[in-house]
Design a protein around this ligand. Structure first.
Ligand code: SF4
Length: 355
């Protein structure tokens, strides 16, 4: 179908209100940048889901990382988007300002190089991410083992998306369909959503990140919901996503990690949703298990409601006032993939609710 016709169909949709969750923060950002929301019928509601790894990393993990950064002869390595995320008593940025050793990395393999170059220091990698980034940590781990690098540890908050979607389907029953994350789907494959779609009778559509990809997936979901065809997974990103995913990456994950329960900030403990270092790599394990109670979100922060779609970022009383990207109150305002930060950066008005 021509893009104009597809947009017209979405604009003129006049059936029951449909709530569609875009799971992935990259989709949220693309939707805002391209103005897709303004093209849709008011009866099609887009909801931002929990697909930002930084937003769902519990404050207890930040506290653990701060603890490593403050330890003598230890250096905490992290991607930049974790630095400002609040822990229970401050962020890594705060700790760094007070003398703790926090360094940015651009790839987990860099950690191996640093550890090799500075054998008198212990480098601790804050391993945060979903199936998309987990293989990079696995590669670094195998590289360290192969090279005999022993002064390296991984403190893990790696998570997998399907168990979180299972949680969403069980607890947030008002969501009608799901726009599946393109990058995660490249690794896990489109078939990974079939059990969820069948169990909860919801349509899933895998989409790329160009506006026309997203519009085509939204049209696909709306058309199926309109027609009463609720179950089924449609892969509309077939040039990148295979049904069974990326076999090499999945084998790497299988070699390095074992699944276990994980704490999601705002959602709670979700069985089987974490990836932890296998016993064979215990010497490299800086912890990650045992974050089974999250410290509370900062007072008045509604990140838990934002990542489950119960409210939109603009509904939070702190949005654009007490909470901005330069002075974030919660993780959803910090990350480039966090819904609050995306809404703030791409909305013409910087306060209050807006579509
Ligand atoms: Fe939390 Fe800030 Fe988002 Fe409110 S605007 S939910 S305080 S991150």
């Amino acid at each position: 179908m021509e893009i104009e016709n597809l947009v017209a169909a979405l604009r003129h949709y006049d059936g029951p209100v449909l709530k569609i969750m875009e799971i992935c923060g990259t989709h949220t950002a693309a939707i805002f940048k391209s103005g897709i929301r303004s093209l849709l019928s008011p009866k099609i509601k887009l909801i931002s889901g929990p697909g930002c790894p930084v937003c769902v990393t519990p404050a207890a993990f930040i506290d653990r990382c701060v603890g490593y950064a403050q330890k003598e002869n230890h250096v905490l390595l992290t991607f930049g988007d974790m630095v400002k995320v609040p822990g229970s008593s401050g962020s890594l940025a705060t700790a760094k300002g007070e003398g703790a050793r926090v360094e940015l990395m651009y790839s987990p393999l860099e950690a191996v190089e640093k550890a090799r170059a500075h054998p008198h220091l212990t480098y601790v990698v804050a391993a945060v991410g979903f199936e998309t980034t987990a293989p990079a940590y696995g590669l670094a781990l195998e590289e360290a083992v192969a090279g005999g690098v022993k002064n390296l540890k991984f403190v893990t908050a790696l998570k997998t998306v399907p168990p979180a979607l299972d949680w969403i389907c069980r607890h947030e029953t008002g969501i009608d369909g799901f726009l599946c994350p393109g990058h995660v789907s490249v690794i896990i494959g489109s078939d990974a959503y079939r059990p969820l779609s069948a169990a909860f009778q919801r349509p899933f559509a895998v989409a790329g990140f160009e506006p026309e990809h997203i519009l085509a997936a939204l049209y696909d979901l709306v058309r199926r919901l309109e027609g009463g065809r609720k179950a089924g997974v449609h892969n509309l990103y077939g040039n990148a996503v295979k049904a069974k995913g990326n076999a090499k990456a999945l084998a790497l994950l299988e070699r390095c990690f074992v699944p276990g329960a994980a704490m999601w900030r705002g959602l709670g403990m979700i069985p089987g949703s974490g990836l932890y270092l296998k016993e064979a790599y215990a010497a490299y394990d800086g912890g990650g298990r045992g974050l089974d109670s999250d410290v509370a979100l900062p007072a008045a922060c509604r990140c838990d409601d934002v990542i489950t779609g119960r409210i939109e970022p603009g509904d939070c009383p702190l949005f654009g006032g007490g909470c901005t990207p330069s002075s974030p109150h919660g993780p959803c305002m910090v990350s480039a993939e966090g819904a609050c930060g995306i809404w703030y950066r791409h909305s013409p008005v910087k306060g209050g609710n807006k579509r």
